[in-house]
Ligand binder design. Structure first.
Ligand code: ADP
Length: 181
């Protein structure tokens, strides 16, 4: 079972970057981590490192995730703050971990091309494009976190990527000002 830990005030915020695979999470997180010095936690990679992946789902061509083990492994670093968490799902995380949630979006045609270039085909490709059309990840975030901390950001072009980075940096500055004691 995941630990239950009381909410501790952080001096640096935790940011969740979520969205359908291919919307540009890794691209944004890599640049954001460089600009801000915050730690980029790429959950898909961390799950492998922590041995949280179980048997393979043949239909979706991906392994099952042991969520409790993953969350227990991340608890300490999340309590310290200063993390940019990058994952395509968001409902599994404790709400108290995050000060803000950014849901990246892309048009379905843009996403189709990106995922095809990544080698996605068949059901995996269709399901991910449908996930974006039905804004499943945005709805999941709105249901899992306070709506006022959930922000939708389109990341279709390099200009939008830069705008998003600027906007998140501004959000961080404001948060640090508001939370300095
Ligand atoms: P995710 O981490 O959400 O799966 P990636 O960051 O790997 O997505 O991006 C998928 C592809 O889209 C990559 O080839 C990346 O270079 C491209 N990409 C990401 N964001 C943008 C953007 N804002 N404009 C143009 N191309 C982008």
């Amino acid at each position: 079972m995941a630990q239950t830990v009381p909410n501790v005030k952080r001096s640096v915020p935790n940011i969740l970057i979520t969205g359908t695979p291919g919307v540009g999470k890794s691209t944004l997180c890599a640049q954001l981590a460089e600009v801000t010095g915050l730690q980029w936690l790429e959950i898909s990679k961390i799950a492998k490192d922590y041995n949280c992946l179980e048997e393979f789902d043949e239909v979706y061509q991906c392994p099952y995730l042991d969520e409790d083990k993953l969350l227990d492994g991340l608890e300490e670093v999340m309590c310290k703050g200063g993390n940019i968490v990058d994952y395509h799902c968001n409902e599994l995380f404790p709400e108290r971990w995050f000060d803000v949630v950014f849901v990246l979006r892309a048009d379905n045609t843009v996403l189709y091309d990106r995922l095809t270039a990544r080698g996605y085909t068949g059901k995996k490709l269709e399901d991910n494009v449908q996930c974006e059309i039905f804004q499943t990840i945005l709805e999941e975030a709105r249901a899992s976190y306070k709506p006022e901390i959930v922000h939708e950001l389109y990341s279709r072009t390099p200009n939008e990527l830069q705008d998003n980075i600027n906007r998140i940096c501004l959000w961080i500055q404001n948060w640090l000002q508001d939370n300095s004691t």
